[in-house]
Design a protein around this ligand. Structure first.
Ligand code: THU
Length: 136
């Protein structure tokens, strides 16, 4: 779902995610991902995927972006952009959906590509009936 987010802010977040993708460390999969999350004041926080020779230690771009936002003192996220260089846009993996849900269930998700093949989701549609902070 595409919500009421300033289009200029969306474009700034896409550019930030594209730039973050350039820093991806993905020597094993060669699947480079950039992400940008946006807080309620329009602050943009970025991440890229960081792989490891011990493959299971890989961290996804979206979770890196959430970590960057957290370090900046922001957990009130309204948008998460995911950029890949695939033909079709790539949606966040299950682990990232869970980590994003910890910030807000009503977050918008914009998945896009180098060619700007955009698809919008709402996080609650990607992870329905989520277990979250209010479940405890
Ligand atoms: N990856 C992400 O960064 N985000 C996702 O949502 C899906 C997967 C990364 C992890 C790994 O480095 C590569 O993509 C292939 O799975």
């Amino acid at each position: 779902m595409k919500r009421e987010i300033d289009p200029q802010l969306v474009e700034a977040a896409v550019t930030a995610a594209q730039n973050a993708r350039e820093q991806a460390y993905a020597p094993y999969s060669a699947f480079r991902v950039g992400s940008a999350v946006v807080d309620a004041d329009g602050g943009i926080h970025v991440g890229c995927n960081v792989e490891n020779a011990s493959y299971g230690l890989t961290n996804c771009a979206e979770r890196a972006a959430v970590a960057a936002a957290t370090v900046a003192g922001r957990r009130d996220l309204i948008l998460c952009v995911v950029v890949t260089d695939t033909e079709a846009p790539t949606a966040p993996c299950g682990a990232c959906r869970q980590v994003l849900t910890e910030c807000s269930v009503s977050m918008s998700i914009l998945c896009t590509t180098a060619q700007r093949n955009d698809v919008w989701y709402d996080l609650s549609d990607l992870l329905p009936h989520a277990f979250g902070p209010d479940s405890l």
